[in-house]
Design a protein around this ligand. Structure first.
Ligand code: FDA
Ligand code: NAP
Length: 449
């Protein structure tokens, strides 16, 4: 194909983490229900191969959702892409069941995702970072295609592709404490294993981990176990780690039906979701990890050793390099007393910001409508509300917490959400082809196959 004729797809997915992997499968399962359902799709991923938060694949870290909330089961329990199908293919199904555990390790779930992506690999290009999404040059907004600029890699030259719909799923954005820059000694948790492996562990005599969420607790436990000669400081803003509420009633906030309750709710009901249930996910830690850490600190005390130190009610306010040391500025306690801590490595497990597609959309952004608070207006089918003349679809998987609720950045609802997006793309195309107004299905728990 010449460079002047970019390839055109019904759907181009930007990013290929679990969300768009789930969509690729939903689109494939559409295909099997008839030629009119067939949608051509391409997924572009900047990593050189599939990877799901690889830098946090710590030994013994477990999933925070049931294995039944896999890529497909809540949409299509008979799909051949389920976690159970993966276990069967791996010959481990009976032994997995003997574990009597809903929560596999992240390592095993990663194997599952890799197995699933290999089965749709003909629609995925790795090493392909999308730099921008824009109108076709010279084209009017009512033109039926968008153009994506894809950066080149060692294996492939840069190029453009065109899409009638784009599905942006580029993931969470790491958040650092204000005034703190990353370098070889100051890391965000999202780069943890990669940076840790570059160090000489015996030289790490004092390390500090910032934050009181799941990432911080898992990294603190890992460093304590891996560095028996080192002092490990845990800088936590609260008085102690708080437990993640995954009890059954609270867990209902992650049910597919909760998306409707959130989306069609009032400002007051939406606010209640956050006020009462933020502790199902943010700044909280699994019970088992909290107990592991407390037990380690207590056992040390019995032995008269003190190398796991918790700095409670403390926030990091800045970092500077002093010789070979990293000097961390701390604000401690209710009086905001200022203290300093020198360490060989500082890990900021300080969370993430939501997905932000504005940079990718560039000029196209002015066709995307926003609400009074400046956030994207999103239809129930995850399509950004655009000027009426823009006929192409821009869908978001992530970045919709304000409209669709807590599951926006999580795995809990990806099977159903992907089915809803695939259904919307197929239905809108059928409507356009028939020249009739587009009726968009809302298929909560809907079955596309
Ligand atoms: P994800 O971030 O996984 O994927 C986005 C992809 O887009 C990445 O592969 C990235 O490289 C790519 N990309 C970004 N910009 C691009 C561009 N311009 N061009 C091309 N590609 C681009 N949730 C849950 O429900 N249960 C759990 O157990 C966990 N566990 C968990 C562990 C850890 C360590 C973290 C940090 C988070 C979780 N989460 C979670 C939440 C997490 O957001 C969720 O598991 C998924 O990663 C969401 O999948 P996505 O595909 O939406 O994003
Ligand atoms: P998080 O839950 O947002 O926690 C970030 C923590 O950093 C909070 O305690 C926050 O405190 C603290 N913090 C921020 N700035 C600070 C500062 N300047 N000084 C001190 N503390 C500061 O982030 P996370 O732990 O990375 O978790 C993110 C998501 O990943 C969650 O969905 C989680 O479940 C998931 N995850 C899953 C696994 C797993 O599956 N095993 C592992 C890791 C993460 P404040 O709240 O006070 O700001």
């Amino acid at each position: 194909m010449s460079q002047r004729e970019p390839e055109i797809h019904d759907v181009v997915g930007v990013g290929f983490g679990p969300s768009n992997l789930s969509l690729a499968i939903a689109l494939q399962e559409c295909r099997t229900s008839g030629p009119d359902q067939e949608v051509s799709a391409l997924f572009l991923e900047r990593q050189p191969s599939f990877g799901w938060h690889r830098n946090m694949l710590l030994p013994s870290a477990t999933m925070q959702i049931s294995f039944l909330k896999d890529l497909v089961t809540f949409r299509n329990p008979t799909s051949s892409f389920s976690f159970v199908a993966f276990l069967h293919a791996s010959g481990r199904l009976p032994r997995f069941v003997n574990n009597q555990d809903f929560f596999p390790t992240r390592e095993e779930f990663h194997q599952y995702l890799e197995w699933a992506q290999a089965r749709v690999a003909d629609r995925v290009e790795y090493g392909s970072e999308v730099r921008s999404i824009r109108l076709v040059p010279g084209g009017a907004p009512e033109a039926d295609r968008l153009r994506l600029d894809v950066a080149g890699s060692a294996r492939r030259a840069g190029r453009v592709v065109e899409a009638r719909n784009v599905v942006v799923s580029t993931g969470l954005v790491p958040n650092m404490p204000e005034g703190t820059e990353r370098d070889e000694r100051v890391w965000h948790s999202s780069e943890f294993l990669e940076k840790y492996r570059r160090t000489d562990p015996p030289k790490l005599r004092r390390v500090a981990v910032v934050g009181a969420g799941q990432s911080a607790a898992e990294i603190t436990r890992f460093l304590y176990d891996e560095l028996p000669h080192a002092e490990v400081y845990s800088v936590i803003p609260s008085y102690g780690y708080s437990v993640a509420d995954d009890t059954p009633f609270a867990n209902q906030v992650f049910d597919p039906g909760a998306v409707d309750d959130y989306y069609f709710g009032t400002e007051q009901t939406r606010e209640a979701f956050w006020r009462y249930h933020r502790n199902t996910n943010y700044s909280v830690v699994d019970d088992e990890v909290i107990r592991d850490l407390y037990r380690r600190a207590y056992d040390d005390e019995v032995r008269g050793v003190e190398r796991l130190r918790f700095l409670n009610l403390t926030r990091v306010t800045g970092v500077k390099r002093v010789g070979a040391e990293t000097r961390v500025s701390l604000q401690v306690g209710p009086d905001a007393e200022v203290r300093e801590l020198d360490c060989d490595a500082l890990v900021c497990a300080t969370g993430y910001r939501g997905m932000e597609p504005t940079g990718l959309l560039g000029d196209l952004d002015r066709h995307c409508l926003r609400d009074g608070a400046g956030r994207y207006r999103i239809e129930r089918d995850y399509r950004v509300v655009t000027d009426p003349e823009l006929t192409c679809g821009i869908y978001l998987q992530g970045g919709t917490e304000h409209s669709h609720g807590l599951t926006s950045s999580l795995l809990s609802n990806i099977a159903v959400r992907s089915g809803e997006i695939a259904g919307s793309i197929v239905a809108r195309r059928a409507g356009r082809n028939a020249g009739r107004p587009v009726a968009v299905p809302v298929e909560v728990g809907g079955d596309l196959h």
